[in-house]
Design a protein around this ligand. Sequence first.
Ligand code: SD4
Length: 323
Amino acid sequence: TGLLPVVINTWPFTNATAAAWNTLVNKKGSIYDALVDGCSVCEIERCDGSVGPGGSPDENGETTLDAMVMNGQTFDVGAVGCLRRIPTAIAVARAVMDYTEQTLLVGELATQFAVEMGFKEMNLSSDSSITMWKDWKARNCQPNYRTNVTPDPTKNCGPYKPKPVLESLQQSENRRNKNIGPRNHDTIGMIVIDEFGNITAGTTTNGLNHKIPGRVGDSPIMGAGAYAMNGVGGAVATGDGDVMMRFLPSFLAVSQMAAGVPPGIITKLTIQNIAKYYPKFSGALIAVDNKGTYGAACYGFPVFHYSVINPVLKTVTIKSVEC
Ligand code: SD4
């Protein structure tokens, strides 16, 4: 079709897109290798503090990770939730998919699995995550559970809301190049489709600031954070995972593409439907069909940027959709 192969991912995390593309088109590995290579770049770069180690401290100050990989041919999924002390969550998710018959491992016991598989433990805190946590404590933020008290939004005590993407594309480019600036992006969710139409989708994230210890978001939940179905397409979501997972937006998008709804339309309908019930949520959804046609929709911030490359675009391109 000319639109395959394709790599597409949430946010202007272009180095991740480029790494996945490199693996894919230079035949350095499978679509899963491409997905893991791409998402791993974000874990290493700590894309905007929201992927990999060193971000989103929980109420105890600890960073934990969620990730998933899905095989659109077999429906195999490997996922980890609330993974502790292992920085390479997407690779651990891949190990769950490749080396077990099981789907989702969580918490300390997911860490134990990873160690048995040869992954190395490290402290996932960074200076910035410790500072964020101390600042949060200093503002006397209450734990966002155990009470029904509505947190004071002026104190940034939750509930969680991603910051709006206010800057222009150029500013965002500058900020990425300098690797500085405020956090305003989230989870990487990526879809990779090869020239034969084989599809994988996956995610990796450090989730939600000041989450309740033990909280798992939408990212490692199949159908919520990501979904892939050969012959149909793939979808990935980012945003307020506690709300979004209630709607399984990635599954919904793929199942509706199977019924013939175009990606641009189903992403919009899906996001609008969530907003009907949760008018304060923020989030975005990308879908791509098995021909490589893609679409995205968002809600709760002015604009959503995502990164894509295919043979027509030739270079990694940042696309934008207004919310
Ligand atoms: C989560 N969806 O854990 C992830 C994080 C994210 O915008 O994408 N936030 O809720």
